[in-house]
Design a protein around this ligand. Structure first.
Ligand code: MMA
Ligand code: CA
Length: 163
C-alpha cells in the first residue's frame, strides 16, 4: 500500500527529532481537512454536487483524494450514516470494458465476498460505474451499477493526517 505523508508531517517529524517529541505517542493528532469526516484511518468528503464518474474522480484527485474504496462493512456503515436517502453516490469501483471485471480506483483487489450489491445488481453491462443508493423495499443501502455518464453525487476518501 502507498503511504501518504503531508508537507506539515514532514516538517513536524523533522522538528520532533531534535526536540525529542515522539510523533507516534498518544498525544498525536488525527486530522482531516475542514468539512471532511474522520473514520478509522481515513477522511471522507461527501460531495452533493453531481457530476459524471470520471469528473467525480478528477474532483477527488484535485483534493489529493480518490473516490471511496470500501474495504469493510464498518467503513461502509459509517458512510451510509452520512448520506441522503434520495441521492445516489459514485464510489471508486468501475468495470471499464463492460466485461464485469470490477476495479477499485486505488488497485485494491475486488473481493466477491465483501461486496454489497443490491438484490438483482449488477444488472447491465452498459452500466459500468457503481453508486451507493437507498432502496425502500426492502429498506437498505447497497450498490447499483449505473451509467458512468450520468450525473450523481459522490464520496471522496484520503488517508488521515497525523501530526
Ligand atoms: C434503474 C437503474 C438501474 C437499476 C434499476 C433497478 C431502471 O433502471 O438505476 O441501474 O439496476 O433501476 O430497477
Ligand atoms: Ca444497475
Amino acid at each position: 500500500m502507498i503511504s501518504e505523508i503531508t508537507y506539515a508531517e514532514v516538517r513536524f517529524n523533522d522538528a520532533s527529532k531534535s526536540s525529542g517529541i515522539d510523533s507516534s505517542a498518544e498525544t498525536a493528532w488525527n486530522c482531516c481537512p475542514k468539512n471532511w469526516k474522520l473514520f478509522s484511518s481515513n477522511c471522507y468528503f461527501i460531495s452533493t454536487e453531481s457530476a459524471s464518474w470520471q469528473e467525480s474522480e478528477k474532483k477527488c484527485a484535485r483534493m489529493e483524494a480518490h473516490l471511496l474504496v470500501i474495504n469493510t462493512r464498518e467503513e461502509q456503515n459509517f458512510i451510509f450514516q452520512n448520506l441522503e436517502e434520495n441521492s445516489a453516490y459514485f464510489v471508486g469501483l468501475s468495470d471499464p470494458e463492460g466485461q464485469r471485471h470490477w476495479q477499485w480506483v486505488d488497485q485494491t483487489p475486488y473481493n466477491e465476498s465483501s461486496t454489497f450489491w443490491h438484490q438483482g445488481e449488477p444488472n447491465d453491462r452498459n452500466e459500468r460505474c457503481v453508486t451507493l443508493n437507498f432502496r425502500r423495499y426492502p429498506r437498505s443501502w447497497g450498490w447499483n451499477d449505473v451509467s458512468c455518464d450520468g450525473h450523481q453525487s459522490s464520496v471522496c476518501e484520503m488517508m488521515k493526517i497525523h501530526l
